[in-house]
Design a protein around this ligand. Structure first.
Ligand SMILES: Nc1nc2c(ncn2[C@@H]2O[C@H](COP(=O)(O)OP(=O)(O)OP(=O)(O)O)[C@@H](O)[C@H]2O)c(=O)[nH]1
Ligand SMILES: [Mg+2]
Length: 250
């Protein structure tokens, strides 16, 4: 990733949990396809407000896991900032979300500086139910920032000036938090580049060690082969000489 490329924000989570709707609210346009079924099947990107927004296919939607791989690869290889998405409708995180979210964070030492979880669909539950779900999620991810949104009609509300709904949507909190994370992206990329350089140096020195051993062993073999060759030549010469001598004598 070039240091002057725009920061990239990716959403990641189960299908139908509101990832594309959240992105539409964040970019201020209906750019990502939304439906009440498994909808996003390819990784799609859209640039707005100095950020590249990446939508990913919903997890657990297809039988062979192809979509899950696409989503996982996209966030691993592209995202500077990772927005985990979970619908409050579903209650606590299920086993597959826990495994996938944790595996992404385990591999990333800097995850606190780049990851947030967005609890979507809060308009479908009351405050008490939302708090209960938050508490359960915090048990598994105590140090993760969790924000709440109702994103479905956000762009319509903005168009119609529905200020109370806009306020309750939680979208501006997500935007501010993303701005905060965005400011750290340059430093994160620098750290990641240094990590890759260290890794490349170690891999190169391991490779050199392996090859040096292989060369030493080949040289040893060659030396032994040469020594045996000249010993055999010497023995043959002696034999020929002795034979010639014995013929001369007779
Ligand atoms: N009430 C309510 N409905 C929402 C909200 N966000 C999304 N929805 C609805 O939930 C359904 C799924 O939304 P999507 O944004 O397509 O979900 P997704 O996670 O992108 O789904 P996939 O693309 O299949 O992974 C749609 O019918 C949305 O209108 C929300 O905040 N509140
Ligand atoms: Mg989608």
């Amino acid at each position: 990733m070039n240091s002057d490329d725009l920061p990239k924000v990716a959403v990641y989570g189960k299908y139908n949990h509101g990832k594309s709707s959240l992105l539409n609210a964040l970019v201020g346009e209906e750019k990502f396809k939304v439906a009440d079924k498994r909808e996003t099947v390819d990784v799609t990107e859209f640039e707005a407000n100095g950020i590249v927004w990446i939508d990913t296919p919903g997890l657990d939607a297809d039988v062979d896991g192809e979509d899950d791989r696409k989503a996982h690869d996209a966030v691993r290889s592209k995202a500077d900032i990772l927005c985990l998405v979970h619908s409050v409708d579903a209650g606590e995180l299920d086993d597959s979300e826990l495994t996938l979210f944790k595996s992404l964070m385990r591999r990333d030492n800097n995850y606190r500086q780049k990851t947030l979880l967005v609890l979507t669909n809060i308009d479908r539950k009351n405050q008490q139910e939302i708090e209960q779900t938050l508490e359960l999620i915090r048990r598994d991810f105590p140090d993760l920032t969790i924000l709440q949104t109702a994103a479905k009609d956000y762009n319509l509300w903005v168009k119609d000036g529905k200020n109370a709904l806009i306020k309750r949507s939680g979208i501006s909190e997500v935007k501010s938090y993303l701005e905060q994370l965005k400011a750290g992206v340059g430093e994160l990329r620098r750290k990641e580049a240094l990590r890759l350089i260290r890794k490349a140096r170690l891999e190169l020195s391991d490779l050199i060690k392996d090859k040096e051993m292989a060369i030493a062993s080949a040289e040893d073999k060659h030396k032994k082969f040469k020594a045996k060759f000249w010993a055999d030549v010497g023995a043959a010469r002696t034999k020929i000489h002795q034979r010639a001598k014995s013929l001369d004598a007779s």
